[in-house]
Ligand binder design. Sequence first.
Ligand code: NAD
Ligand code: ZN
Length: 355
Amino acid sequence: VGISLDQKYQITVGQQLPQSFKAYCQAHYNRNKIFVLIDENVNRLHGEKVATMVSGFENTHVIEIPEGESSKSVKQWNNITNKILETGIERSTPILAIGGGVTGDLAGFVAATVLRGVPLIHVPTTLLAMVDSSIGGKTGVNHTTGKNLIGSFYQPDAVFSDIAFLETLEQKEWVTGMAEILKYAAIRNPDLFEVMEELIHQPLTPKKRWSEVVEESARIKIDIVQKDTLEAGTRAYLNFGHTFGHALEKVSGYGEITHGEAVFVGMIAACHFSQELGHPVSDVRFSPFLSLYKKQMAPLTVDTEELLDAMKSDKKVKDNTIRLVLLNDWGSPYLYSCEDHSLLHKSWRYTLDKL
Ligand code: NAD
Ligand code: ZN
C-alpha cells in the first residue's frame, strides 16, 4: 500500500517488501554506493533479507548500531560520520536506516548532517518505529541533560514498513508500540480500539490485520504532521498521554519503564483529567489492554509529588502552565493550559491506584 506525502515522500506498508524497495532504488538512485545503518539485532536476525534488498548496489557499506537508547548519542553520531566520510560519500549517496526508533533517529540525524544532507530511506523494524518514529521527520540524539535535545527536522525520501520484520520482535516491544496505536485510536479513530482488542487476544505475530493497523496509524500520523510539519500547533495532539507519560519515564528512570508503557499510563491519566472537566471519555476504553501492561511493567514506586515536579520541569512548560492534550470526546483532542495542579494530583492518584 502506498501513501504519498506531498508528492515526494513515499510510505509503503506491507509484507515482503524487498521487491518494491529494489524497484524504488533502481528508479531513484545511482546504484554505485549505499550506506546501511542497521541495528545490531536486526542485522543478526534479518541480515540475509537486508543483503537481498541492497543487492542492486555495487558497493554496500554496512554500519552496525549497538542496540539500546545509549546509541542515540553525539559519540555514536561522531563514530558513524567518521566511518562514512573516511569511506567516501557523495551528495547523492543514500543512507538506509534499518531498525527501531533508536536507529532511525540516529541514522536520520547522520543523513541530515553529512554533507548538509544526503538521501535517507527508513526501513522501520519495530512496531513503534513503523507507526510513529519513521514518520514526521524528527531526527536526533540525546544529551546528558535530556532526551532528544540535539537534532533536526529531516524528511526521508521514502519509508518501507515491512511487517514481516515483526516476526522476531519481543512481546515487550509489541506492547510498547501498541500504546502509540491506542493513542491514534483515542485522538482520531476510535474503531482502532476494537481492532486492537481482537488482535491482543491472538498471538502477537505479523499477520495481515496488523498490516492494516500499521497502515491506518501511519495515515493518521502523516495527516497530523502534514498539517503542521514544524510543530506549531495541531501536531501537539500526538502528545496525548505524553505530558503525563514523560513525567513517569523521568521519575521511574529511563530504561525502567518503556516509552510506550509510560504513554499508556499517561493516557489513562489524561482521560481521567478530561472526565473531571466533564468530557465523556471514560478510561474503560483502555481496560482491555491494562492487564497486558500490568503483566510486563515493573511495579511503579513513584509518588504524585515527584510526578508533578517532573511535569513542571518539562521543557515545554511555560510560566508554570502545563500544556495538556485532552479529549472533548473520542477522536476529538484539544489543547488545555493547566494551572490547577490539584486536578493533576487527583488524576495521578486515580491512575496509580489502577496499576
Ligand atoms: P529501539 O530502536 O531501541 O528498538 C527496541 C529493541 O528492539 C532493540 O533492542 C532492538 O535491537 C530490537 N529490535 C528492533 N527491531 C527488531 C526486530 N525486527 N526483531 C527483533 N528485535 C528488534 O526502540 P523503539 O521503541 O523502536 O524506538 C524508541 C526510540 O524512538 C526512542 O529513542 C524514542 O525517542 C524514539 N522516537 C522517535 C520518534 C520520532 O518522531 N523521531 C517518535 C517516537 C519515538
Ligand atoms: Zn510517543
